[in-house]
Design a binder for this molecule. Sequence first.
Ligand code: GLN
Length: 256
Amino acid sequence: MKKKFELTAVDLYPEIMNIYGDRGNIIYFKYRCSIYGIDIKTYDVSIGSETEKVYNGADIFFMGGGQDAEQALIYEDFTNNKKNILTAAMQENKIMLAICGSYQLLCDYYKSTDGKIIKGISIFKGFTEACNPRLIGNIAVETENFVLVGFENHGGRTYMEKEQDVLGTVIKGFGNNGEDKTEGARTGNFFGTYLHGSFLPKNFAFCDYLIDIALKNKYGIALNEAAKINITDVIKIDNEFEIRARNDISDLKKFI
Ligand code: GLN
């Protein structure tokens, strides 16, 4: 049956901001959409890409983590050439999933381990300052609708202004700063988190949630409705590997 729905995904700086396999997020998003019969167009965008190539009518943007050196490499292009496009996209309810070093650049600034101030684009009202020791390990986070799991490795301590929505509450691990039990941030449909993993395959229900938001934005239809239209024969999605990926994080078993 002809696929009736198509989404566009943009991966920002994939050759630079892709630490701990974060590229897996756009790969899994594309795979997950294919299960529901939804076509995906993907674009890689990096330093110097001209404006129209950044946006491409994207429904969702991805951006992975990076060490201080990579963040220093991209932040001028990110603030000068991507800030306005992403701010407009956020105001149009488009989606972004930013991981760790990218998440930090969606805040006001990141102060790196050598004291350099790396400006961000202020989608999230907060800041990050790196210090020792690094916050490393498996992490579980409770949000309104999900228990999210992943792996974190960051020197940055992120502190949000009180009116800034966070993604969730840390139930195991460090999160934003290892002190206030907050993790990540959300403004509109822009999500920032410290969870590497890759994040989406370990949190497939959250991936479906992102697909649902994108379809409602673009077509005014929910994922479960779009899947029924697209797929004639009912398929059983077993999520076997995703569930194993979640459960393989042994020290999180009792939290998920
Ligand atoms: N360089 C940042 C930090 O150390 C982000 C690291 C990352 O993306 N894993 O906090």
